[in-house]
Design a protein around this ligand. Structure first.
Ligand code: FNR
Length: 223
């Protein structure tokens, strides 16, 4: 007879928010987010799939913040981030950078205290009809996220010629690329599990000076 496992030994699935950052109804990045969500579920994660359209918010205005606080859309996005161990963003590339709507959302959410990005891991993916697949936008997106303390996974995935890149079932038409994406998602989730369940990083140093909720520590988060 085998003994019941100690509850402390039971592995908890990694919770991951998979977020499509386009507002467009027929968005290629929404399709990519859905595929990443399926791959992450297949790799054992607990997936929360989200769309930019769920988080409507005005353009950031410091006076509006002073007068009425954060808009409901920003608070809703903050809640979804806070309740996950990690997030994946599937983002379009606009003019070799990230869409303004995504930067605006990051700016609003960064105003919440405690600042919710600082203890999360992130994986960045993109899809574009172009030959670069939106990859330059992901490099731009790394900057504010890393500034806010997010551990952005070194590997990224960008789907070029994405308008002809999906099967009707939502897989990638190129089986080799699908395998690479699945491997990237699985490796990312293993890192998140290692760091959130077994705590690899006891201390996380970063350069965000705006989070003063902890009287002792203003420039670092401790795991
Ligand atoms: C684009 N697009 C684009 N694509 C790209 O690969 N590099 C770029 O710099 C740009 N720039 C750009 C600017 C603006 C204002 C728009 C509206 C579009 C094309 C873009 O990748 C394409 O529209 C995607 O389909 C957008 O992503 P979703 O909405 O399909 O997810």
């Amino acid at each position: 007879m085998t003994a019941d496992p100690d509850p402390a030994d039971v592995r908890q699935p990694v919770r991951v928010l998979v977020f499509g950052a386009s507002l467009r109804a027929d968005s290629l990045n929404t399709r990519l987010a859905a595929l990443v969500g399926r791959l992450a579920t297949g790799a054992g994660a607990d997936v929360d799939l989200a769309l930019m359209s769920e988080f409507a918010m005005p353009v950031y205005d410091g006076d509006a913040e002073t007068d009425t606080g954060l808009p409901p859309g920003a608070l809703a996005l903050r809640e979804r981030i806070a309740s996950c161990d990690a997030f994946v963003i599937a983002s379009p590339e606009y003019n070799a950078s990230m869409p303004g709507v995504l930067k605006n959302a990051v700016d609003w959410v960064s105003r919440v205290r405690p600042q919710p990005f600082k203890d999360k891991h992130a994986l960045l993916v993109s899809a574009s009809p172009s030959m670069v697949g939106g990859n330059r936008g992901l490099w731009a997106l790394r900057v504010p996220l890393e500034h806010l303390g997010t551990r952005v996974y070194p590997d990224m995935f960008s789907l070029a010629k994405a308008h002809e890149g999906f099967t009707p079932d939502g897989d990638l038409t190129d089986a080799g690329l699908q395998g690479r994406l699945a491997d990237t998602v699985a490796a990312f989730l293993r890192l998140v599990e290692a760091d959130t369940r077994y705590v690899c990083l006891q201390r996380r140093w970063y350069e965000f000076l705006g989070d003063r909720t902890d009287a002792l520590v203003t420039e670092r988060a401790e795991g």
